[in-house]
Ligand binder design. Sequence first.
Ligand SMILES: [Fe+2]
Length: 201
Amino acid sequence: MNLSREYLFKIPFKQYSIPNWEVAKKEIMDALPKDKYTDFFKNRGDHALPEYISTVASHLKGPMIDFSLTYPCPVMITSMWFERSKKGDFHGVHNHGATGFSAVLYVDFDQAEHQSTIFHSPFVNPANGDNMSYQPVVREGDLLVFPSFVMHEGPINLSDKERLVISFNIMGEDVHKAHISGYDKGYAEASPHMEKGSILE
Ligand SMILES: [Fe+2]
């Protein structure tokens, strides 16, 4: 009998489908600003959460409660932004920092026309040294959750149809406190919290 474990380390990953997606999509699309392709730089510059976070979070309750069960302490959504991609647009390889988890919600996404996020392994295939990547099959309304440190990219949009995703970061409450020390107090208070199976408002 072999008592040793099969993997030294594993990378956690979750894929959810948002329930009642038609209703959720309409509410989320209505809540988003229509006049720009992203609000990432504004939110980061202002250290602010966007107004539409409450609309989005209201449709994420099930997945976020499930995710909170895997976490050792209360977690919170610490930042959120959207990204519209027209034909030819892409988002090059990047990560979201060393701490916590990140998520991408496919809000306006045609499975037949668009490509999902490609994730790149932080280690190579030990048999041949090749880099490894993974591109999950996603449908509109799916939510992917992955460690923030994992490198990933949004492939070029080859379609005439726009692609729209919302991304956000999740941190443990304790780590987040350190992360935002010096930021505006309202920013911390506005972050949606989740704790072991419930949302803390
Ligand atoms: Fe990203």
